[in-house]
Design a protein around this ligand. Structure first.
Ligand code: UTP
Length: 276
């Protein structure tokens, strides 16, 4: 049904300079595991094992991370350290990885359109790995895949965001369909507080139907002169149906310093210190 997950990872990560000057933001570790690996784990847990990356300059470390490293594995064999990379090895064995390059950073919508060659004509998920999502039961993508099976249309994950931060999000308004699920009636990218149609901001988890590519091709650049996925989804909502889903779980904006530190403390306590 849904087999593919696209990771747009071409952005410059300017909020994290100088760390991101020559290293990808997505390789920043939360404790001892890079952000991108948490994202791929979430995709695999949802049954999505065909992983596509839209990369850019300076992102080769991501390709190397999801590849075997015989020399290293040989070095640590029998030292008790194999366990430290067994999770990564399991992902490498389970997934098929493919890559394409976004030549110019023209926005998230443009990055997704660049990924069309990796996706083709089927529904797919999109994960922005700098949004780290931790849920108690099913992961956020698993929750969304279940919802997709029921409604078969594009879905965006949303959460309530404080008024002071609303200008940093795509913001939606909609009619409630069932608990935590809304049919979107309005969507605005990075609105002012006055323009915002609600306090529900889109976070970095999407399920998209493949007609989004044609809509993106016909969408003009929006906020900041970039091709915005929010504008294309707004059109898809007007033409048919797009859902907003209030997921269960916690999300950390690891593209910001505060979110990154919060995520590090949370994961240290939860996965590392307590060995869970
Ligand atoms: P962000 O704006 O959060 O990431 O884009 P950024 O540009 O890397 O970070 P800052 O704001 O400069 O610190 C959201 C996601 O979309 C991807 C980014 O890699 C990130 O995962 N993206 C954004 C692209 O792949 N291409 C683009 O042209 C824009």
């Amino acid at each position: 049904m849904i087999h593919k997950c696209l990771f747009p990872v071409a952005g410059y990560g300017t909020r994290f300079l100088p760390a991101t000057k020559s290293s990808p933001k997505e390789m920043l570790p939360i404790v001892n595991k890079p952000l991108i690996e948490y994202g791929v784990e979430e995709a695999v847990a949802a049954g999505l094992t065909r992983i596509g990356f839209v990369t850019g300059r300076g992102k080769r470390a991501i390709e190397d991370h999801f590849d075997k490293n015989y020399e290293l594995e040989d070095q640590i064999r029998g030292t008790g350290k194999e366990d430290l990379i067994s999770g990564t090895r399991a992902l490498i064995d389970q997934c098929e990885f493919s890559y394409t390059r976004q030549k110019e950073m023209m926005g998230l919508g443009h990055a997704i359109l660049t990924g069309e060659t990796l996706i083709g004509d089927e529904p797919f998920a999109v994960v922005l790995a700098d949004d780290l999502c931790i849920a108690e039961g099913d992961g956020v993508l698993t929750q969304m895949v279940k919802l997709f099976k029921q409604f078969r249309c594009s879905i965006v994950a949303v959460e309530e965001v404080p008024d002071a931060d609303i200008h940093r999000y795509g913001v939606v308004a909609g009619e409630p369909l069932k608990d935590g699920v809304y049919r979107i009636t309005e969507m605005i990218e990075k609105p002012s507080r006055e323009e915002a149609p609600s306090n529900l901001g889109i976070i970095g988890r999407y399920i998209l139907t493949p007609d989004i590519f044609e809509v993106l091709r016909n969408t003009s650049p929006g906020k900041n002169g970039e091709l915005q996925i929010t504008d294309a989804l707004r059109q898809q909502a007007l033409d048919g149906c797009v859902l907003a889903y209030r997921f269960s779980g916690r999300r950390f904006d690891c593209g910001s310093i505060d979110g990154f530190v919060d995520a590090t403390n949370f994961c240290y306590q939860r996965f590392y210190k307590n060995g869970q």
